[in-house]
Design a protein around this ligand. Structure first.
Ligand code: MSP
Length: 470
């Protein structure tokens, strides 16, 4: 298969509820998937997301909730699905790591790595952060605590574990990064990974003796597979067990935030190399964003459900505000009080006004609609090629503002010559149809409405696309 596109998001932990941090990555992947579907055809794109359901953290949350881990996961996982649905995010498959199909492929994959000699038995002695589901080294600690979970005491562990020969594999990983066999983006983050690899990496434990909520190690059922290792395998397992998706491996794009880039760009690649599988083409880590200057977290009580955004701004309004909130790749802050202003300026006034103005003029002149041309602007294509959906969106907004300026200059409402007026209006309609087509990946409903309105037999004015917020 030469023309296919496989894009993934992280699979989210079910101990949290979906918030706009998760929504950000999932929406970006949706926009990229929708764009690729238009370029390559629906059947040539595979967009995968899902939930991460095993491990100590989930087991502990379930216990607190008085449920078995599986009951707990069953009760939370659908909330993610629902949240994506409310934002009109359409993955081709939603994977859950408790799916027996995933368990089977993950187990076979680990066995393969074991058989190729990259796993050995050893003893792990050290600290573990349950919040991160991560073994901690001395250099990770700040005042003896995990910097991301300063209120929790890291757990001391001494147990028999299986280890991956990461020290050896990381040399191959480094050479593959340096020879661009797969790319890590943005460039700055790649540099960080490369310099960490050059400093040298130790072998890592890939199993847990004391955690029963997980997939058993295939050759030793007293141990379970370390949750991160098994979670990373979801990308491969889905491609193997979802119908007709085998050809989609390797993934074209793993999308995630910088917090989990090491796992994706080093550990996942080491596992794939050890298993003799092809590596994904691109790993893109966007930044982290804060809300009104604060970290988004359940314990701070400032998580915003995607639904709240949709209720205020509509589905496409929410999509617009989320993806344009920060430069894709950078950290940033979302200031809630700015969002209403932005909605009014860009959507109610900008796009909404342009469409309403032109539709009204066309209706008055009894103008016919036009055929839809299916072309992306050159700069939009370039922005997508550079994994910058946010830039692609601002490229489109530049066209909207140019269209607005032209209308203001030409003042069609003052033109008396009917032929001249008709010629101008037709030009506006052509432009609006191209704008609307380019908006398809971003604002699917709005785009469809505009395309329909301006390709109809007779163009009619309609309700405002984005009612103004007071
Ligand atoms: N379960 C692991 C991932 C396993 S992937 C094989 C995990 N889950 S998570 O629920 O914590 O999700 C982390 C991801 O959520 C980030 O990498 C990012 O994609 C998204 N985000 C969560 N909060 C975010 C922000 N505040 N800002 C940007 N992205 C955010 O890690």
């Amino acid at each position: 298969m030469d023309k296919k596109y496989f894009v993934t998001t992280p699979i989210y932990y079910v101990n949290d509820v979906p918030h706009i941090g998760h929504a950000y990555t999932t929406l970006a992947a949706d926009i990229i998937a929708r764009y690729q579907r238009l370029i390559l055809g629906e059947e040539n794109v595979f967009y995968l997301t899902g939930t991460d359901e095993h491990g100590q953290k989930i087991a502990e949350s379930a216990k607190k909730a008085g449920q078995t881990p599986k009951e707990f996961a069953d009760s939370v996982s659908p909330a993610f699905k629902k949240a994506w649905d409310s934002l009109n995010i359409k993955p081709d498959f939603f994977i859950r790591t408790t799916d027996p199909n995933h368990e089977k492929v993950a187990s076979e994959l680990l066995q393969k790595i074991y058989d190729s000699g990259y796993i050995y038995e050893g003893e792990y002695e050290g600290l573990y952060c349950v919040g991160c589901e991560k073994f901690l080294t001395e250099s990770d600690l700040i005042d003896g605590k995990c910097p991301l979970h300063p209120n929790a005491e890291p757990e001391y562990q001494k147990e028999k574990n299986y280890f991956l020969k990461l020290k050896e594999l990381s040399k191959i990983v480094l050479s593959k990064i340096e020879s661009d066999e797969y790319q890590i983006l943005p460039e700055g983050r790649k540099k960080e990974i490369v310099s960490r690899l050059r400093e040298g990496v130790e072998d890592i434990s890939i199993s847990r003796a004391g955690v029963s909520w997980g997939i058993p190690v295939p050759w030793d059922n007293t141990q379970t597979i370390y949750v991160w290792v098994e979670a990373l395998m979801n990308y491969y397992s889905a491609s193997q067990f979802v119908e007709n998706k085998k050809e989609f491996w390797p993934a074209d794009l793993h999308l995630l935030a910088k917090d989990i880039l090491w796992f994706h760009s080093v550990i996942w690649q080491a596992l794939l190399i050890a298993a003799g599988l092809p590596l994904p083409k691109t790993i893109f880590a966007h930044g982290f964003f804060t809300l009104n200057g604060q970290k988004i977290s359940k314990s701070l009580g400032n998580t915003i459900a995607p639904k709240e955004f949709v209720e205020r701004y509509g589905v496409d309004g929410a999509r617009y505000l989320l993806i344009s909130a920060v430069a894709f790749g950078n950290d940033g802050d979302v200031n809630l009080s700015e969002l209403d202003k932005k909605y009014n300026a860009d959507l109610a006034n900008g796009l909404g006004n342009l469409v309403a103005r032109v539709a009204k003029l066309c209706e008055n002149e009894n103008l016919n609609g036009q055929k839809i041309s299916q072309d992306f602007y050159d700069d939009v294509v370039i922005s997508f090629d550079n994994f910058r959906p946010d830039l692609a969106l601002s490229n489109i907004w530049e066209k909207i503002s140019v269209a607005d300026q032209i209308i203001s200059q030409e003042k069609p409402w003052e033109i008396e010559d009917k032929n001249d007026l008709k010629e101008k209006l037709e030009r506006y309609v052509t432009n609006i149809l191209v704008v609307a087509y380019n908006l398809k990946p971003f604002l699917p409903e709005t785009s469809d409405k505009i395309l329909k309105q301006f390709s109809a037999e007779k163009i009619k004015s309609d309700k405002p696309l984005f009612p103004r917020l007071k």
